[in-house]
Design a protein around this ligand. Structure first.
Ligand code: NAD
Ligand code: ZN
Length: 358
């Protein structure tokens, strides 16, 4: 357990049981209504348990369940949630609890930010990706038209409560997807954490709960440190986009059939390659990064894509300054930098390695 400055704590535990104690410790009032927001998959697994726990403390416990998946992360679902809350007379002092992955967290956070101009919410992230990434940093929002995260708000939860044990029910691909962001955190910010991941790969892959706790804790610390240093993404928060510039393009081109972390892994391959080409890291280090990514069951290449098309999609992404791509490179393992000097030719070369590698 550690302090998340300035205003909320991230609590790690191995069950949901400590939730009420955590509320008490944080001075979060319980004499009010709570609405648990979750998706259909997570509801089957954990809604009963969390509801029962909440009933021991809150006078009214409601729940709102929507269809699992990114396709629910939109204004239509938010509007249904508003309506649900209005019908049950939720007011300013009441509370939302986001129980689920990043989709639930982003959507609930946005609803909390906007309902009655803002009510309290708590993040209870249940995917690896949401535990180490989306629940931290205060970005909330939904997709709009064909644009991802187009409408949203910076809005902080009152607390992030992480039950490590909930990771054990995650499908392997979802677990690997979260590992993409975790490897990224080491690469951009903390060489010793990166080394720790390497040293504990077997235990992580075997889902040893104590090792998972240490890993999630370390990764949260890195994300927290970056977003606290640069809350509104004017500087180093952009490092978190390592692997994302090209990754997003591939994610879009796959029509989201590839998971986010898989695309980030592929994008990190380009990032690592271009960092090597620029002489920042050695060939050995570049190859070591590839081995590391693959060791966590993540891809480093794509088939059936056209390099030019990937570049075009990369350039249509929102992370552009004028016509220059704000590309994130590694200056060394554990240290990222923004580089806007890449020519299309160089970027194409960085994309080509994704297609030629097996
Ligand atoms: P998700 O919420 O869709 O969860 C993935 C799948 O796992 C879903 O089917 C879900 O029902 C299921 N699931 C959740 N917890 C489970 C558990 N414990 N056991 C079994 N199944 C479980 O997706 P995600 O990968 O958690 O998050 C992706 C979303 O997060 C995207 O919308 C992305 O834009 C967003 N995101 C936001 C930020 C941010 O800063 N706010 C950062 C990164 C990603
Ligand atoms: Zn990401």
């Amino acid at each position: 357990n550690y302090q998340e400055k300035p205003c909320y704590k991230i609590i790690l535990n191995h069950s949901f049981d400590g939730f009420l104690d955590a509320l008490e410790q944080e001075g979060i009032a319980r004499d009010r209504k709570i609405c648990i927001v979750t998706d259909t998959n997570v509801a089957k697994l954990y809604l009963n348990e969390v509801t029962e726990i909440c009933k021991n403390a809150f006078p009214v416990v409601e729940y709102f369940v929507f269809d699992a998946g990114e396709s629910s992360k939109n204004m239509a679902t938010v509007e249904k949630l508003y309506e649900y809350l209005i019908k049950r007379h939720f007011d300013r002092k009441d509370l939302l609890l986001a129980l689920g992955g990043g989709v639930v967290g982003d959507l609930t956070g946005f609803a909390a930010a906007t309902y009655l101009r803002g009510i309290d919410f708590i993040q209870m992230p249940t995917t690896l990706l949401s535990q180490v990434d989306s629940s931290i940093g205060g970005k909330t929002g939904v997709d709009f038209l064909q644009y991802k995260n187009m409408v949203g708000a910076f809005y902080m939860p009152r607390m992030v409560y992480i039950n490590i044990h909930s990771l054990l029910s995650l499908p392997n691909l979802q677990f690997a997807s979260g590992m993409g962001e975790i490897i990224k955190h080491g690469l951009i910010r903390d060489a010793s954490y990166y080394q720790w991941l390497k040293d504990h790969q077997a235990a992580i892959q075997a889902h040893d709960e104590d090792i998972l706790e240490e890993m999630v804790y370390g990764s949260c610390l890195i994300k927290k440190n970056v977003v606290e240093t640069d809350p509104k993404e004017q500087g180093i928060r952009a490092y978190l986009n390592f692997g994302h510039t090209i990754g997003h393009a591939i994610e879009k081109m796959s029509d989201f059939s590839l998971y986010h972390g898989q695309c980030v892994a592929i994008g990190m391959h380009s990032g690592a390659y271009l960092s090597f080409k620029r002489g920042h890291i050695t060939k050995d280090q570049y190859e070591d990064i590839l081995a590391m990514i693959q060791g966590f069951d993540l891809p480093v290449s794509v088939s059936d894509y056209d390099a030019g098309e990937i570049l075009a999609n990369t350039k249509s992404d929102k992370k552009m300054v004028g016509d220059k791509i704000k590309f994130i490179v590694l200056e060394k393992i554990g240290q990222a930098a923004i580089d806007m000097t890449f020519s299309d030719q160089e970027l194409l070369e960085g994309i080509q390695v994704l297609l030629t590698d097996e």
